[in-house]
Design a binder for this molecule. Structure first.
Ligand SMILES: Cc1cc2nc3c(=O)[nH]c(=O)nc-3n(C[C@H](O)[C@H](O)[C@H](O)COP(=O)(O)O)c2cc1C
Length: 316
């Protein structure tokens, strides 16, 4: 069981829609991988429908270098959780994670993500159905509450009573989005809940964690926490799971690697849009002289070959 194989404190790259796909995971793998990857979230009802299955399967592509990797899934229909859960082991996953934390309005309107905090019976049914249909360990990623941080006092014990393999707590409420500092002050209380209710559940903390150095500091302060998950920190430093401080040249070379992986993926799938690639420019091109001018030039490019040309010009 993957969660028992990871050494404490283990590191995880957070699931991020539009970010942690097969292409970006290979980039992070090259820079220095975390102990565990997660996919972006996949909608269980899309997978269960004939029309959506192809796209859902593409999101669930696993490369050997991604492993071990957890599939993150979301939705509100327990039967659809069952249908997808049944397939994940064959696809190469080491576990599945139910998203009970996404604050997106559309996702919540559809009853998924953080909306589950308000429908605990349904959340319970989704966990049960997923479990009944797979041998893989089932985990949950959630927030402290929907509107008030105090909701964690009942929501976290509720989840722990399901004796999950792992529980990741993003230390904010749905209402707080990512706009306020994560509530680290609640970590000791959450540890206590875990220890009392379900000591076998691995506890993962998430929110504002920047890099490995910070993970070491947090782990020293809270040795009972099993794992730490980094999300946006990877945008500031793709080497965040290592102690390495990359040079400008290394960052530009990593960007070229990203472009190569992008091109490779384009050749393998039906459609993989170019525009979202622009969100990644800042990951590699920041904090050095001329970075913002270079980004402006890159923004005008229309293809990976144009991007490479601009990069080569810059480095001449
Ligand atoms: C662009 C983006 C996409 C995200 N997509 C997901 C997702 O698919 N599933 C999920 O559980 N959380 C998602 N999140 C939330 C992150 O996993 C993480 O909980 C959040 O960013 C807080 O961690 P951080 O402060 O380290 O970034 C997303 C966050 C961002 C910034």
């Amino acid at each position: 069981m993957i969660w028992n194989e990871l050494k404490k404190p283990f590191t995880i790259l957070a699931p991020m829609e539009g970010v942690t796909d097969v292409v970006f995971r290979s980039v992070v793998n090259k820079a220095g991988r975390p102990d565990l990857f997660y996919t972006e979230f996949t909608n269980v009802s899309s997978f269960a429908s004939e029309r959506g299955r192809h796209d859902a399967l593409e999101r669930l592509t696993v490369k050997p270098t991604d492993k071990p990797i957890i599939a993150q899934i979301w939705g509100k229909n327990p039967e659809h959780f069952a249908i997808l859960a049944e397939e994940l082991e064959k696809l190469g996953f080491s576990g599945l994670d139910l998203n009970f934390g996404c604050p997106d309005r559309h996702v919540n309107k559809a009853g998924g993500g953080a909306a589950m905090i308000r429908t605990p019976d349904l959340a319970s049914e989704c966990i049960k159905q997923a479990r009944l249909h797979t041998n893989l360990p089932v985990s949950v990623k959630t927030r402290l509450g929907f509107t008030s941080a105090n909701e964690y006092q009942s929501w976290i014990p509720f989840l722990l009573n399901h004796h999950l393999a792992a529980l990741t707590v993003h230390l904010r409420t749905r209402k707080e989005m990512s706009k306020v500092a994560a509530h680290y002050e609640l970590i000791p209380e959450i540890i206590k809940m875990r220890d009392e209710i379900s000591p076998e559940t691995k506890l993962v903390i998430n929110g504002d964690i920047k890099d490995l150095k910070m993970i070491r500091e947090l782990s020293e302060k809270y040795p009972e926490v099993d794992g730490f998950m980094i999300g946006r920190g990877v945008f500031q430093n793709p080497y965040c799971f290592t102690d390495h401080e990359p040079t400008k040249k290394e960052l530009l070379d990593l960007f070229r690697f990203h472009l190569d992986q992008y091109d490779k993926h384009v050749s393998e799938v039906e459609k993989y849009p170019y525009e979202p690639l622009k969100h990644f420019f800042k990951v590699y091109i920041n904090s050095f002289d001329g970075a913002s001018d270079l980004r402006v030039k890159l923004m005008d490019c229309k293809s990976t070959n144009e991007l490479r040309k601009v990069l080569n010009e810059f480095e001449k």
